[in-house]
Design a binder for this molecule. Structure first.
Ligand code: GDP
Ligand code: IMO
Ligand code: MG
Length: 428
């Protein structure tokens, strides 16, 4: 039963969108299972450059289903905007389906995201401000509104009234904000229901049927392992499960259906938002990489923090996801450096540490133990085969494989679909 997962191995923005678009040629459906429009997935191909936030990254392949599963939180207006933009650019979106069980990001979630961040002050997480945390909080708190509820006004209105009363009390009494109007909220929800109705399906059944027919399904991860609510650098994480377990619960598929789990890693590290990052480069080299790679967020435009490849975190990420293979992206960005470094361990409180600590304070005190490797002068940019890669780049890849403990199956050498080295077939 051929489902293949593509999961961020680091702190997000590893290039998942590019890899999904590249692999989607070989599949019948691409499905999102977690996160919301905090994600920003860049796809570059013959049809142009696309920044996708909710629409699965296989959308440029005609005939490939795009499915948004129950584990995703949906901002209906943003989804509609994204679909309209794609339509205007001639991309067929008629194969897109949305789970009736997916939760809706409500206007009060977005307001509360901002108010909570302000209240955190210096301890702010640096969220994307899209209402993600508050929406997942309501989901697990059993106070969420789901896509299916938007289609049924009769049961929706009492649910909404009850929740809104509580949210307005929170907004006004705790944070001193402005309450939201009940009537405006009701009409907004009913309007969203009509907008979404044509897309709403029992997506777990669609995915199951595809797998039963031996059709290939790509599970599109958003965010990254180190932002996972359980496995990430808590509390500086997102509120969903980007890791492999999230794919099962976020879609309603059984783990036996998953034939391969591909971890996407940048050849170095980046992070947007706050929280520890042991291999961070606060120097001219970090600045050089940021400028060369244009490391600014796809969703919020914020400058991304830069660091060397963190193999301790990489090994941990492999462990919690059971990666069967790795993708190494943005190798071309390291072209021309006289040397490149890999973080192979941490040092904190006078001790050496070889695992990714759960304790945020300890992780924050970790200094990287760096291994230096000679760089390469000849470009890897745009290479499409291993034989085009300089010897030192091949050695670097080999060392990353050894340290993370899993084979590199794809190397990405540029943003576009064509700039890819397929080392080993991932989807037979
Ligand atoms: P995602 O969230 O994991 O899909 O990643 P983003 O799209 O947020 O960020 C990755 C950035 O790297 C995007 O601008 C991509 O176009 C770009 N990119 C992906 N792979 C490569 C690569 O191999 N080389 C270069 N130079 N850019 C890449
Ligand atoms: P993709 O799918 C990078 C980060 C935010 C913040 C933290 C919590 O493009 O890789 P949230 O708004 O989710 O409550 O913010 O998580 N974050 C991401 N960083 N890539 C992403 O998605 C991210 N989605 C959330 O910057 O630090
Ligand atoms: Mg991104």
């Amino acid at each position: 039963m051929p489902a293949y997962a593509v999961i961020g191995g680091q702190w997000g923005d590893e290039g998942k969108g590019k890899i999904i678009d590249y692999l989607a040629e070989r599949v019948d459906a691409v499905v999102r299972y977690a996160g919301g429009n905090n994600a920003g997935h860049t796809v570059v191909n013959d049809s142009g450059t696309f920044q996708l936030h909710l629409v699965p990254s296989g959308i440029c392949w005609p005939g490939v289903f795009g499915i948004i599963g129950n584990g995703v939180v949906i901002s209906p207006d943003d989804l509609m905007d994204e679909l309209q933009q794609l339509d205007r650019r001639g991309i067929d979106t008629s194969n897109l389906f949305v789970s009736e069980r997916a939760h809706v990001i409500m206007p009060y979630h977005i307001i509360l995201d901002r108010l909570e961040e302000e209240a955190r002050g210096a301890a702010a997480i640096g969220t994307t401000g899209r209402g993600i945390g508050p929406a997942y909080l309501d989901k697990v708190g059993r106070a969420g509104i789901r896509v299916g509820d938007l289609l049924d006004g009769e049961s929706l209105i009492p649910m909404l009234e009850q929740t809104l009363e509580f949210k307005n009390a929170l907004i006004t009494k705790i944070y001193g904000g402005e309450p939201l109007s009940r009537d405006e909220m009701v009409s907004k929800c009913l309007e969203w229901g009509e907008m979404l109705r044509p897309f709403v399906r029992p997506t777990e059944e669609i995915v199951r049927d595809l797998l039963d027919q031996n059709k290939k399904v790509l599970l599109e991860g958003a965010q990254g392992t180190l932002l996972d609510i359980d496995h990430g650098s808590y509390p500086f994480v997102t509120s969903s499960s980007p890791t492999i377990g999230g794919a099962c619960t976020g879609l309603g598929i059984d783990p036996h259906a998953i034939a391969g789990v591909l971890g996407v890693f940048k050849a170095y590290s980046t992070r947007v938002g706050s929280g520890p990052m042991p291999s961070e480069l606060d120097d001219a080299t970090g600045e050089e990489i940021r400028e060369k790679a244009q490391e600014f967020g796809t969703t919020t435009g914020r400058a991304r923090r830069i660091g060397w490849f963190d193999a301790v975190a990489g090994k941990y990420s492999r462990l919690v996801n059971g990666f069967t293979g790795m993708v190494l992206t943005r190798l071309d960005i390291l072209d021309g450096f006289s040397s490149v470094k890999i973080c192979v361990g941490y040092r904190a409180d006078g001790k050496e540490i070889d695992r990714f600590p759960a304790n945020t304070g300890l992780l924050g005190r970790c200094e990287p133990i760096l291994e230096e490797h000679p760089g390469w002068d000849q470009p890897t940019a745009s290479a499409t085969s291993m034989s085009q890669l300089p010897e030192n780049a091949l050695k670097y890849i080999k060392r990353v494989e050894e340290l993370v403990g899993c084979p590199v199956q794809i190397v990405s050498t540029g943003p576009s679909r064509a700039e890819t080295v397929l080392v080993e077939q991932v989807i037979p």
